[in-house]
Design a protein around this ligand. Structure first.
Ligand code: ATP
Ligand code: MG
Length: 392
């Protein structure tokens, strides 16, 4: 029955003179995600609204699924478009629409007509009354409630007549590409894909870096991270994922530094290398999946120590989240089942039995001086040999 969608966008409507930039970015992103599925789609911006017109061999569920991955969309309204017609014919269309979309309905409702075509012989209020009456005659179990209706039948009278009454929620946020770039430290865990998703939701383009330690970590652990990047990329567009071989650096730290400081020192080298790639990519910040107190390396003391090596701002969108809340988002975005695959991570392999929970920056810095002989070369090699995968 449907042949198009009205796209509702909230916040981006508020951006004053920049509004068209956001609308263009949203329309562009919608076009891009729809090229990946069958069907012919026309995305049209008209007077503060975006419509998607569907034809050819398109599938409703698939189209809604694609649209629900587009940041900036608050609601997806399936619309039925009828040729312009007189009120008698329109009453028939309304009843047909009602029977199809809300069969055996007992809800309260109102009709909300908007006359974009001012030539139409009836005023909006007259259309409301006519169509309201048609609905009541077709279904006496329904009742009008103009103040707090359960269903609103929107009727837009243009060159054609649009009817819609359902809103499928979109992800909200801002269109990707409207707010600069950032570098996500992406591990195979639950948190970092969610962190990347949250920052991208605010319009930020995401690059990523993953540290592995072959042969201590396997190819399937690496593939898992590539798969996670692909899942996040369904929302963000293609992600440039840098895969860094961290083995020699880890072994060297393991050799030279106190074991209870391993995780913190490792994390500091990850941040340094991540920052290198960030600067190269033109990123304006780093993003991690850290949350206060979740593990030893995420106490306030530890965060201070890892933060101290970065010049770029480090964004930690999950900082105040409990694990349960993070898991909920992970499930919602479709990352959870991949995140919980039980493959090894470079951090868990070299972890100490009793890591420091209150590291002192001065002491960590002193431990790192033990690395001075070889660490610059090892870092340079890790950077040079990094692999680039475009996840999409
Ligand atoms: P996650 O679920 O994201 O792995 P976590 O709870 O396992 O997080 P940690 O292992 O302490 O926490 O990692 C904290 C953050 O450091 C991660 O969210 C991620 O941003 C970054 N990180 C950890 N390990 C790696 C890695 N191997 N490669 C890239 N980033 C990493
Ligand atoms: Mg982890």
């Amino acid at each position: 029955m449907y042949n198009s969608f009205l796209i509702k966008y909230g916040e981006i409507g508020l951006k004053g003179d920049n509004r068209h930039i956001f609308e263009d970015a949203l329309a562009k992103r919608i076009r891009t995600v729809l090229t990946r599925i069958d069907g012919d789609f026309e995305v049209r911006k008209t007077r503060g609204r975006i419509y998607v017109f569907c034809s050819g061999d398109w599938n409703f569920d698939e189209t809604v699924d694609r649209l629900s991955h587009v940041f900036g969309i608050v609601g997806i309204c399936p619309v039925v478009i009828y040729e312009s017609c007189g009120i008698e014919q329109l009453r028939e269309h309304m009843v047909e629409y009602l029977n199809e979309e809300h069969p055996n309905c007992t809800s309260t409702f109102k009709v909300k007509a908007r006359r974009v075509d001012k030539e139409y012989p009836l005023t909006s209020m007259e259309v409301d009354a006519e169509l309201g009456e048609a609905i009541l005659m077709a279904n006496p179990d329904m009742r009008v409630d103009v103040h707090n209706p359960e269903i609103v039948f929107d009727v837009e009278i243009r060159e054609e007549i649009y009817i819609y009454s359902k809103v499928i929620p979109g992800p909200g946020g801002m269109p990707v590409g409207t707010a600069g770039r950032a570098m996500l430290l992406l591990s195979g865990g639950i948190d970092s894909p969610v962190a990347g998703w949250m920052v991208a939701k605010r319009g930020v383009t995401i690059d990523a870096v993953y540290f592995h330690a072959p042969p201590y970590t396997s190819d399937r652990a690496k593939q898992k991270v590539v798969d996670l990047a692909k899942i996040v990329a369904q929302y963000t567009g293609p992600i440039r994922l840098h895969i860094v071989n961290f083995t020699d650096i880890q072994l060297y730290i393991y050799d030279q530094c106190p074991h209870e400081e391993l995780t913190i020192i490792m994390r500091r080298y990850m941040m340094r290398i991540a920052e290198h790639f960030a600067v190269e990519n033109g990123d304006m910040g780093l993003v991690t999946g850290e949350s206060i107190g979740q593990v030893a390396s995420q106490t306030m003391h530890s965060l201070l120590c890892t933060n101290a090596v970065c010049e770029l701002p480090v964004y930690r969108p999950l900082i105040g989240f409990d694990k349960n809340d993070i898991v909920d988002i992970s499930r919602k975005i479709g990352a959870y089942d991949t995140s919980i695959l039980p493959y090894e991570d470079c951090c868990t392999i070299f972890v100490a039995k009793h890591p420091v929970t209150k590291p002192q920056l001065k002491i960590i810095e002193r431990s790192e001086t033990k690395l001075k002989e070889k660490i610059d070369d090892l870092m340079a090699t890790a950077i040079e040999t990094a692999e680039l995968v475009i996840a999409k």
